[in-house]
Design a binder for this molecule. Structure first.
Ligand code: NAD
Length: 365
């Protein structure tokens, strides 16, 4: 099969981790007889520097025309002073909206080899952490009107949070469908004790539940959910929530699994062309040092094979290779055990070595 992938290295560690994902994609393509071609796209700080725009229209067009998009990360201190509409992150929001990817799926799963890297107590981790957050991605407060103005002699800022019934229904369906494929438990998270948009959200989830009788639907307020994720994450199977709540909860969920560097994500809309990216940012503090963990990006590439290209075997092959290198004790700096004795039993590796080891350990089953 031939597939054209739009590649967005972006800023900070973006180019380093993307290089490793391409290495792995090329190796898997060779093993299974596929050809992956890559179209490089500028987005974020690099696009601001080159084109004066975080996502020029022709760059967005390249993404929409591709079979799928693989993104590193964007942003950095250098661009923090540019006006809001020109920030690197605006490029990302425009990309998501332009591709129409309204559903962001982030697995929070602990790799058994990394259980000791979780900041949670062993007794909590031992109960198991394996859930998915389905986050609405192109609506809500991030896409509402933003303005700052003067009123009664002081500055006032307004950000509008709005959702339509149809926006909630389409993400609700993804939540129910995802639960159907897993343990059939869906928790809808909102703030219906305060927000109108959340009351509408909850009522639509209740309406949809009658179409999915096999799924057990529960409701949770977002503040309680933040607490429950650290108190007893084993209770969750699928969480469905709106954009900003999902943004915050999924970072929290990533941390309890050990490292933000391990978590992939997929964003899909009405077509098979998806956007795949690790959930972390551009990590400027470690950029250019060859110490970033590329596994979140490599797992994102595996998700692309599974969900957009229907290549489940190839995706399994990548995930197995990652498990093997973890079994062998290879660790990037972020996932080295904190305990000195445990760390001694591991081999510390850099970003490019991590990619090479994954390639070396790719095996067909
Ligand atoms: P971050 O995720 O970049 O970094 C948080 C911490 O995690 C840092 O200590 C970093 O070194 C570490 N980390 C992140 N990824 C890692 C990896 N793969 N391997 C090892 N360690 C890793 O978040 P931040 O520092 O809040 O943001 C930095 C920049 O990234 C900001 O400009 C922010 O706006 C941007 N950002 C971009 C995205 C995106 O492109 N999707 C997402 C979040 C933040």
């Amino acid at each position: 099969m031939n597939k054209n992938i739009a590649i967005i290295p972006g800023d900070g560690i973006g180019p380093e981790i993307i290089n490793e994902a391409i290495k792995v994609l090329d190796a898997v393509g060779k093993m299974y007889g596929h050809t992956f071609t890559y179209t490089e796209v500028d987005m974020g700080g690099i696009a601001i520097d080159k084109w004066g725009d975080p996502l020029p229209q022709e760059m967005l067009d390249k993404c929409v025309a591709s079979d799928s998009v693989l993104l590193g990360a964007v942003g950095g201190e250098k661009w923090n002073i540019v006006p809001g509409h020109m920030r690197p992150e605006k490029g990302l929001l425009r990309l998501r909206a332009g591709m129409g990817v309204y559903s962001n799926n982030r697995p929070a799963k602990i790799w058994p080899q990394l259980a000791s890297a979780s900041p949670l107590r062993k007794s909590i981790v031992d109960k198991g952490i394996d859930f998915i957050i389905v986050r609405e991605l192109i609506g809500g407060i991030y896409f509402g009107e933003h303005k700052t103005f003067e009123e009664n002699g002081e500055q006032k800022a307004v950000d509008v949070l709005q959702y339509t019934e149809s926006e909630i229904e389409r993400i609700g369906r993804i939540g129910f469908e995802t639960a159907l494929k897993r343990n059939k438990k869906l928790c809808s998270v909102e703030k219906s004790n305060v927000l109108d948009s959340s009351r509408l959200w909850k009522s639509i989830m209740i309406k949809l539940a009658s179409e999915y009788p096999e799924v057990t639907l529960t409701h949770m307020l977002v503040d309680n959910c933040a607490m429950q994720i650290v108190k007893d994450p084993s209770q969750f199977d699928v969480i469905v929530t709106e954009n900003m709540f999902g943004d915050i909860l999924s970072d929290e969920a990533s941390m309890i699994t050990g490292s933000i560097g391990m978590i992939p994500s997929s964003s899909l809309g009405g077509t098979s062309c998806g956007l795949y990216e690790p959930i972390h940012g551009s990590a400027p503090d470690i950029a250019g040092k060859n110490i970033a963990n590329p596994i979140g990006t490599i797992l994102s590439a595996a998700m692309m094979l599974r969900f957009s290209f229907d290549m489940a075997e190839e995706a399994d092959c990548i995930e197995r290779a990652i498990s093997v290198i973890l079994d062998k004790g290879y660790r990037t700096a972020d996932i080295l055990p904190a305990d000195e004795n445990e760390a001694l039993a591991c081999t510390k590796i850099g970003c490019s070595q991590c990619g090479d080891l994954i390639v070396e350990n790719l095996r067909k089953e």
